[in-house]
Design a protein around this ligand. Structure first.
Ligand SMILES: *Cc1c(COP(=O)(O)O)cnc(C)c1O
Length: 402
């Protein structure tokens, strides 16, 4: 490949760009994970994660990708033959339910068109109809990364409550944690699944479970075999600041730093920044004359925008042109939307100018790929961002800080 000057633009919806601060924090000699210094690291990262998840119970940290944390959530709460309710919002919801099926879980998957969020009314109807309480858990993604559709977790909680159904609520926040508001305790979530490589600005390699009291209690009688992913030995070891097996030491150093960065910016400001950049991106897409995959404006996820290419064009060819000409990596269409969409990640360590550079590359690349688009997307984004300072975008936050 020809030499490329300047930085590669990694604008996929995860892994995301690493802040230099995080890289430097990880560029350290290893320490003894059973020695006297490690408990302070454990305590800092667990406390920081609790602020991010807005939870008060334990948070398990696995040396795994997000998929491992999905599996842990299932193994620690369910028994073979248990039934769960899930929503086909896109590729990741489908993969999570397939994983559950491989463990002998029966999945009632509410079909979807990959353009709309999980519907609390459908959830309520299913639960009301389940008089015998055969459904043991509801699985939902706060942000479906394959389509850019966000589901209303508080709304799903209310559906469970209205149905007076005891099912556990298991939520995937892998592409929404530290990007949009999430409240594990307040929304009565039983297991929240997270991962390191998206909003948390880290390399791939850590998976998280935030765990409620109800989930812990369910774990006492859950019968799926579990060993490595068992919560209890980790919770026991964490009490004294240690892990039952070798934790990913350098990732912990990086996590401590990224959590400190989130504290410095303030979570509400982090959310407002993502909202602003996401809206600027959508304005660019509309100005180009292209369609956004998410068909419900209330359900846009702030982490990414999935853009539909016109019929007769292959989104992967467009992505290839943009990568070859402008060194920008965009997310591919996955599963049912393969070749139909490309995804612009606008999450984690990103600001206005990084986004505008990306949008400019996409605008030029679309034209270079022969897609009939109008110019002016970048201008539309600039118009919005220029008139939309942080204080204007989040008056409540700005007021609270005065
Ligand atoms: C990225 C992602 C996953 C998969 O995580 P891996 O780290 O690739 O295992 C699962 N769910 C969602 C919503 C994601 O965005």
């Amino acid at each position: 490949m020809a030499f490329r000057s300047g930085r590669h633009s990694l604008q996929i919806p995860g892994p995301t760009n690493l802040p230099d601060r995080v890289l430097r924090a990880m560029d350290q000699p290893l320490i003894d994970h059973r020695g006297p210094e490690f408990p302070a690291v454990t305590k800092a990262v667990v406390a920081g994660l609790k602020r991010a998840f807005k939870c008060s119970g334990p948070v398990a940290i696995y040396p795994s990708s997000g998929t491992g944390a999905w599996e842990a959530a299932i193994l620690n709460t369910l028994s073979p033959g248990d039934k769960v309710l899930a929503f086909e919002t896109g590729q990741f919801s489908t993969l999570w339910t397939k994983l559950a099926q491989r463990h002998g879980i029966e999945v009632d998957l509410i079909p979807g068109d990959w353009r709309h969020p999980a519907d609390p009314a459908q959830c309520e109807a299913k639960l009301v109809a389940d008089k015998g309480h055969a459904i043991k858990a509801v699985l939902v993604l706060q942000s479906e990364t394959s389509t850019g559709v966000a589901s209303d977790i508080a709304g799903i909680r209310r559906a469970l409550d209205r149905a007076r159904h005891p099912a556990l609520l298991l939520v995937d926040t892998i592409s929404s944690l530290a990007i949009q508001d999430f409240r594990h305790d307040e929304w009565g979530v039983d297991v929240t699944v997270g991962g390191s490589q998206k909003g948390l600005m880290l390399p791939p390699g850590l998976g998280f479970n935030a765990i409620s009291k109800k989930a812990l209690a369910a774990g006492k009688t859950a019968k799926l075999p579990r060993a490595y992913f068992d919560w209890q030995p980790m919770i026991d070891a964490n009490d004294s600041g240690y892990y039952p097996y070798t934790p990913a030491t350098l990732m912990f150093f990086g996590l401590k730093e990224s959590l400190a960065m989130l504290d410095e910016e303030g979570l509400d400001n982090v959310f407002a920044r993502h909202d602003r950049l996401a809206e600027a991106t959508r304005r660019a897409v509309r100005a180009w004359g292209l369609e956004i995959q998410c068909a419900d404006p209330k359900a846009y996820t702030p982490s990414l925008t999935a853009v539909r290419v016109p019929d007769g064009f292959d989104a992967d060819e467009v992505r290839k042109t943009i990568l070859d000409r402008f060194d920008i990596a965009l997310g591919a269409g996955l599963g049912k939307v393969l070749g139909k969409v490309f995804r612009i990640g606008h999450l984690a360590y990103i600001n206005e100018t990084l986004l505008l550079g990306t949008l400019a590359g996409v605008e030029l690349g679309l034209a270079a790929a022969g897609v009939p688009v109008k110019r002016g997307g970048v201008d539309a984004a600039m118009d919005y961002l220029g008139g939309n300072t942080p204080a204007a975008a989040a008056p409540a936050v700005a007021a609270a800080r005065r």
